[in-house]
Design a protein around this ligand. Structure first.
Ligand code: ATP
Ligand code: MG
Length: 340
């Protein structure tokens, strides 16, 4: 999906995270960092997606409920500012579920089956034929989330591109039915690390796969994760020339190290030979420790005051609830149902 130049005007931003675990480095570099800077210029809503979290966890709902405040603490710890960003809880916004019902009538099973992200998630979760209906249809509920706020810009990882395409298809169908523009199409905002791999390089870093370095990771956990990181298997001796492509240490250095010129120099050195994996890992570890230390400390402070986190979520949900009712009214009207 084409990514256009953002920031031409004031955008409406909507993003969210499933409450399926604490947030990790993939969230940080794929979306959270952008949200932090965007919030000062644009209208931003962030959804803690508890209902979407349940679509593959209904047998274990505490996994979702116990992570709601963790996610809010992660937001605050990285610099999301509740006076600038509305932080809300998906299940507290009934308009989203209602919109999902209306939109469901506009999307075929065949179209849902073609969504490549859902397809690969179904495979990795080994659902077989027992795919929960809510999981299969979650792209429709994401369309409801996005359109309820008339969002135009969505800072996401690249796994979400098929969801935005599907959202825009729904938007076009709704507008066609209405005979005028009721809903807005949205576009993605990808970062320079739109799919951070896990430390073994095998998969996308994700909460559910248990392969993540969390934002609240301890010093020891960070150190162990970097030490176990996949590099270049054919780089056996320090003096051997090494491969940078596919070397996860360099993928992470590209994603997180603030000095790009320095990393370019390291890469040339590594390719020539004479630079050991122990040294590159040490540089990466220091960079991650420095970056995560203040986040970990703030996160722990926020989690010490759960009442404050609940208040932020309550306040944000109230304002988002009112906001989302407007689009619901318009969509209901298209189907001729605003009869009283
Ligand atoms: P789950 O395993 O429960 O699906 P997740 O780790 O995939 O969790 P989500 O809540 O699904 O996280 O994703 C929230 C946002 O973070 C989305 O915009 C997604 O694209 C982005 N994101 C998640 N993981 C990564 C990653 N590894 N790299 C870049 N962006 C990511
Ligand atoms: Mg996900």
């Amino acid at each position: 999906m084409k990514q256009e130049q953002p920031f031409e005007k004031s955008e409406i931003i909507l993003t969210g995270d499933r409450a399926t675990g604490p947030l990790h480095l993939g969230h940080y570099v794929g979306s959270l960092k952008q949200r932090v800077s965007l919030q000062w210029m644009h209208e931003q809503t962030i959804l803690v997606a508890d209902m979407q979290g349940l679509t593959d966890n209904a047998h274990n709902p505490t996994k979702v409920s116990s992570n709601i405040l963790n996610v809010v603490a992660d937001y605050l710890a990285v610099g999301i500012e509740p006076t600038q960003t509305t932080i809300c809880l998906q299940s507290q916004l009934p308009a989203l579920a209602e919109l999902t019902m209306y939109y469901s009538n506009l999307v075929s099973i065949a179209r849902l089956e073609r969504n490549p992200t859902v397809k690969s998630e179904i495979k990795s979760k080994s659902f077989g034929r027992s795919i929960p209906t809510g999981f299969f249809t979650y792209p429709i509920s994401q369309a409801a989330d996005i359109t309820a706020f008339k969002a135009t810009l969505i800072p996401v990882g690249d796994d979400q591109l098929p969801m935005l395409e599907q959202t825009n298809e729904i938007v076009r169908k709704v507008n066609k039915l209405a005979g005028k523009k009721i809903l807005d199409e949205c576009r993605p905002l990808l970062s320079n690390a739109p799919r951070l791999p896990s430390t073994d390089g095998k998969n996308k870093m994700s909460k559910t796969m248990g392969n993540a370095i969390n934002l609240g990771a301890s010093e020891k956990e960070i150190s162990a994760a970097v030490k176990a990181m996949y590099t270049d298997p054919s780089h056996l001796r320090v003096e051997d020339p090494g491969q940078v492509d596919g070397n996860i240490v360099f993928t992470y250095l590209d994603a997180f190290h603030p000095d790009k010129k320095y990393i370019d120099g390291l890469k040339s050195h590594y390719k020539q030979g004479g630079l050991g994996d122990g040294t590159t890992k040490k540089i990466l570890e220091e960079c991650l420790q420095d970056m995560l230390r203040p986040i970990r400390e703030k996160r722990a402070e926020y989690l010490n005051d759960k009442a404050q986190l609940i208040n932020i979520l309550k306040k944000g949900s109230k304002s988002a609830r009112e906001n989302s009712e407007k689009v619901l009214f318009d969509v209901r009207g298209i189907f001729g149902l605003n009869i009283f």
